[in-house]
Structure formats: C-alpha cells, structure tokens
Design a protein around this ligand. Structure first.
Ligand SMILES: [Zn+2]
Length: 339
C-alpha cells in the first residue's frame, strides 16, 4: 500500500494545551510522525510525497486566516508565542470580526489548537496527503494511507479545534466524491469526529459513522451522542456509536459490526477510515482499552467491507506501541478478506 506524507507536516510544534483547566504540554508532538512512519514502513508501505493540490474545497476566508494569523498576532503588543483565543462567539450570529483576536475566537473552537509560524504549512501538506491518497484510490489502488499530521477530524469547515486545523478525512471524502456517488466515513478514533459530522450533517451523499468514548464526560462533550442523526436532507446519514469508558476489543468490534450494517445499507462506492489510534489501552488519553491485536482485527474487519478505502491518520499519541498499532491495523487490513 502507498502512504503519503510531506516533511512540512512535522514542522508544526504546538507547545501549550489547556486540559480541564490545567496547562499541560501539548501531546500532538512532531515525534508522532516518526513513530507513524516507522509503523507504516513495517507494514510494507512505500512512503511518497504528495503534490501541491491548491486550496481545494476548504473555505477561502478560513484558509486566509490560517495562513496569515501568526504574523498578524505577533503585531499585538505583548503577544503570546502561539495564537490562542481568549474570546469565543457563543454562536455565529454576529459580524465577521476584523481583528486578529476576534478572528482567532471565531475560527478556533478551543485552546487545543495553538497556531505557530509553521502551522499553516503543516496543515496544508497534511490535507494534500489526504487528497493524494484519495486520488490514488480513484486511480484504482484498493487502498492508500495518508499520514495526516496534524490530524483533522475535530476541524469544521472553518473552525480549528482539538489539535486539528483542516479536516483531512472530509477532504479525502470530498475528493472521492468526484468519482463516487456515495462515500462513507468510518471514524474509529477515541474521540468523536465532531468536525466531520458537522461538515456533512445536512448531506445524504456522505455517510458519517463514528465509534468513540461516550462524550457525556469526554471531549468533544457537545457532539457524539447517539441522538445526533443528521438534519434536513442529511437526516439519517450520521450515526454515532458512543462506547463506555475503558471498553476493550470485544465491545469495540461489536460496535463495529453495528456500524457495518449501516454502511452496507448505505451502499457506498468508497470508504474513508478516520484512523485514530488513541483508543489504545496504553494511549495517554486512557479513554478506551483497545489492544494492539485489537487494531489488527479492526483493520481486518474493515477490509471485509470490500470497498476502495482511504485510510486517514487522526489521533494516537506518544506511547511505545504507537507505531506497532499502525502496523497492526495496516497489516490486518491488508490481510483482510472481503466477506
Ligand atoms: Zn482522538
């Protein structure tokens, strides 16, 4: 399987992370890239650099913000080293603000996505890795892996959040839609894919399915509940499967079977897997208890859908097994048989 990654994606190096009121080192570290590259290589992937794909389907106003906010922010007297908003609009009813501070609040959902000088290039190349993987699948490859870092599934169309700036899984799905009438996104990250859900919430052509730790007491809190099913033309095309904290392989695989029923009924022509590896029992977030062998079985099970598949990296944080878990998933996927 081909894997796509550009070295620019490693330059983004967020420092701060405000978690439940406490400032901590940001866990979305560049070192993740090394672990994931090693994991992909161990699974037999060849690593290729994506091409420049231009701005694509992402909102122009938001991309302009991402590209220029760091330099604008530094003009503020006593500016912080990273862009972190101190104000958020309660809802988007008002006017689009002109100031750097106002726009940071408008485009950044929380404090877990600080923007530094390198963030824009890293986020852009991460999205292009997703485009390149999707184009590979559109050209006939049965599957491709996009080593997307920074991750994307908490980013809405014009809002960063939760370590994410551009929603790479959504970009992959939208790219696949050029050839496929229906695309499903299956998100197996520990956290609910709220940005992905938000982007496609009113659309019936992209089914969004997410397995995740129950958000009743877990990020992203406001989204990911079972009663969020889509709206308008998209009603019935969003499916959330919240899992009890510390659920292990058996519960995860059972929920995956339920997800497969919905995906098969939708009859997609292509699949995007939003592959978080933070459901791992040893991940620093500690929300679920999937094992390394479990990731292999999850990969094998997803391959059983028999769909052209773009695998997009989402979360999964530094622990000794991070690379092994990617290898396990990709190897399991490669060994999976259509059922
Ligand atoms: Zn996550």
């Amino acid at each position: 399987m081909k894997a796509f990654y550009a070295s620019e994606q490693k330059r983004h190096d967020p420092k701060a992370f405000l978690s439940s009121g406490a400032q901590k080192p940001n866990p979305e570290k560049p070192e993740r890239v090394e672990r994931l590259l090693a994991g992909a290589r161990a699974a037999g992937c060849t690593i290729e650099r994506p091409r420049d794909h231009g701005p694509g389907p992402v909102a122009a106003e938001y991309l302009d913000f991402l590209e220029h906010i760091f330099v604008r922010w530094q003009r503020i007297e006593g500016a912080s080293a990273e862009v972190i908003p101190n104000i958020h609009p309660i809802a988007r009813g008002g006017s689009y603000p002109a100031s750097a501070v106002g726009q940071a609040g408008y485009h950044m959902a929380d404090t877990a996505c600080p923007i530094s000088s390198e963030t824009w290039q890293s986020a852009l190349w991460s999205a292009w890795s997703a485009v390149e993987a999707a184009e590979g699948v559109m050209s006939g490859a049965p599957a491709a892996y996009a080593l997307c870092r920074p991750p994307g599934h908490h980013a809405f169309a014009d809002v960063a959040g939760g370590f994410c700036f551009i929603n790479n899984s959504a970009v992959a799905a939208q790219t696949l839609r050029k050839n496929a009438a229906r695309v499903a996104i299956l998100d197996v990250d520990l956290h609910h894919g709220n940005g992905t859900q938000g982007i496609f919430y009113a659309r019936p052509d992209v089914l969004t399915v997410s397995l995740h730790a129950d958000p009743v007491r877990f990020y992203p809190f406001f989204w990911g509940h079972a009663d969020e099913r889509g709206e308008g033309a998209g009603l019935g095309y969003n499916f959330n499967l919240p899992l009890a904290r510390k659920s292990g392989d058996a519960a995860f695989l059972d929920a995956l079977d339920v997800a497969f029923q919905r995906i098969r009924a939708f009859a997609p022509e292509a699949l995007v897997v939003a592959l978080g590896l933070d459901a791992f029992e040893g991940d620093p977030f500690g929300g679920l208890s999937v094992t390394t062998l479990g990731f292999s079985r999850i990969g094998e099970a997803i391959a059983g859908l028999g769909l052209p598949t773009v695998i997009v990296q989402e979360g999964g944080y530094l622990c000794d097994e991070l690379g092994d878990n990617l290898t396990a998933f990709l190897t399991g996927f490669g060994g999976g048989k259509k059922r």
